[in-house]
Design a binder for this molecule. Sequence first.
Ligand SMILES: Cc1ncc(COP(=O)(O)O)c(C=O)c1O
Length: 381
Amino acid sequence: MSLYLDNAATSYPKPESVYEAVSTALREVGVSPGRGGYRRGLEATRLLFETREAAASLFGIGDSSRVVFTHSATESLNLAVLGLIRSGDHVITTSAEHNSLVRPLHLAGQRGAEITWVEADRRGIVTPDQIAAAMRPSTRLVALAHCSNVTGAIQPVGDIAAVARRAGALVLVDAAQSAGMIPIDAPAMGIDLLAVPGHKGLMGPQGTGVLYVADGVELEPLIVGGTGGYSSGMEQPDAMPERFESGTHNLPGIAGLGAGIDFIRTVGLEVIRQREENLVARLMDGLAAMPGVTCHGPLPGEPRGSLVSFTAEGTDPQAIGFRLDQEFDICVRVGLHCAPAAHRTIGTYPGGTVRVSPGYFTKDEEIDAFLMAMRTILGAK
Ligand SMILES: Cc1ncc(COP(=O)(O)O)c(C=O)c1O
């Protein structure tokens, strides 16, 4: 079995309970939630409800009907941006964003919105003052990632949200690299829209995600259609969460996501964070000792998410990724990581970086095996 160090793309392995929940939902529940009044359907509806409640509770959300199931963070970001932003609106974002936020914003721009791209510093961080300086009377939204998938930099989201709130703008946070890894209390942090993948830190299966929509935030749905209930009218219902959940749910995925969140709550987010911080520190210490290697993003000791991006002088990141895979059976991600502007910001465009992202289940020995492989590749002692 290969050594998997690409948890920032999707977490692997999942907790055993996640595999079991997916299998049970497929084999023993089988039917769709909210369709049909028979008793078996109620079991599906219960699974859906329990996962929604678990997600709400993880992010400090009091009313779980504000948690919408999507199939990825990308879909959540599209719904938040394109469902909210109209021609003439102004949006502030940063130069550190993933294409899953960049592209919906660019599309909103082509449809008549104005987008300001605030430049992050070399660590990938923007300050609340920079956001305040970019504010206009027409600013409708401030949109940014909590944690960068390129540098691991953690933005001061709470302080930025306070600036936005004072100016009457809403806040959209892309929690793709923080949900399930870094504590998030959406209401307390002033977050109006929280886009979350189910398949990364929350340890659910691929094809799952959620969007939290704060009370009072009005979005247009991206798709309309059957919602199980509210069948009599041609209009899409206003009721939450049905307004944004047309079509048959990914019940096996959502059941698995529920088990993933239960796992996190049982182990404890602080324990998971501590474990991942230790792995990242081990990784950074080992890389820092190799001549010519630069770890990008926050400096050692500064807060960072569960990933490290590095370059090695004179060696192409693609070549490193290829040798890690072919000779050592180690999976890492190389290149631009769907975030070209973030690489321009940190000076690693167009070659990109090698990104190593351990997960809760990664062992110390696996980090050591990766470091040993890197020493061989770079010819370091
Ligand atoms: C910062 C960031 N935003 C958004 C995404 C997209 O997530 P998903 O794969 O769930 O669409 C990713 C995934 O890599 C990411 O790292």
